[in-house]
Design a binder for this molecule. Structure first.
Ligand code: SF4
Ligand code: SF4
Length: 235
């Protein structure tokens, strides 16, 4: 048992999610993410259960921990009452804290989560702002969203909602500043701000400079596919 496992087992989400695993595979059988990607909740639980830092580090650097969609189907079916979903959250936290997330393509997408959703909530009190949800970046939202996105100005005029996006939360109500202060204080106290900073630092370490992180970001804005950025190995 090493440093990583020690830290993992202190995480309340890990304690909540891991009782004892009998390696039955029921979680993988019901997992929608396992159906469509190289991911198995049984494997994740197995690795954690091994308490082996080498295997845990490899897992934290892989795409695997980013496939879970947090549907909690595994939790309801596990004969031991485990919740892989919660264990996954603890693993993601550890991966970001140590900068391991930047080693995988799915992990590096944390930069988008941080800049699009994380920064929005600190600025406006909402994670989602319609302007950021472009159909090119979120094709899974389908044709209805595409229609709304294209006609959003017209539709907002019908609904009479604010359009000055720099100074308002878009089509949502304005959150009073005292509530925003409270929200930011919660993010600070729970370590969320620290994790958001760790995402920027981890990306900078992996890509070599702040300028390169910006290049990566611009590439995603322009092409909607993080794989288009040519990663230079051994950075
Ligand atoms: S269903 Fe529960 S006991 Fe079975 S492999 Fe998954 S986590 Fe382990
Ligand atoms: S919560 Fe994650 S691991 Fe569990 S079934 Fe859903 S996608 Fe799979």
């Amino acid at each position: 048992m090493g440093k990583l496992f020690n830290e993992l087992k202190q995480d309340l989400l890990y304690q909540h999610g891991m009782n004892a695993c009998l390696n039955c595979g029921v979680c993988t059988a019901v997992c929608p993410a396992a159906e469509f990607s190289e991911y198995s909740p049984r494997e994740v639980m197995n690795i954690c259960y091994s308490e082996d830092d080498e295997q845990i580090e490899e897992l934290l650097k892989s795409d695997k921990i980013w496939y879970c969609g947090q549907c909690f189907s595994c939790k309801t079916r596990c004969p031991r009452g485990n919740s892989t979903a919660s264990v996954i959250l603890a693993l993601r936290r550890l991966s970001v804290r140590y900068g391991y997330f930047a080693e995988s393509e799915k992990g590096r997408q944390q930069l988008f989560a941080k800049r699009v959703f994380g920064e929005n909530i600190l600025k406006r009190g909402y994670t989602l702002l319609a302007e950021n949800i472009t159909p090119a970046h979120f094709p899974e939202l389908g044709e209805n969203w595409e229609y709304y996105y294209e006609h959003r100005e017209e539709m907002r005029a019908w609904w009479d909602v604010p359009m000055n996006l720099e100074n308002s939360p878009g089509s949502h109500r304005v959150i009073p500043e005292k509530d925003m202060e409270e929200l930011r204080a919660i993010y600070q106290a729970t370590g969320a701000i620290e994790l958001m900073d760790a995402v920027e630092k981890g990306m900078e370490k992996k890509l070599g400079s702040k300028a390169e992180v910006e290049k990566y970001w611009q590439n995603w804005l322009e092409t909607a596919d993080s794989r288009n950025y040519q990663l230079k190995e051994n950075k």
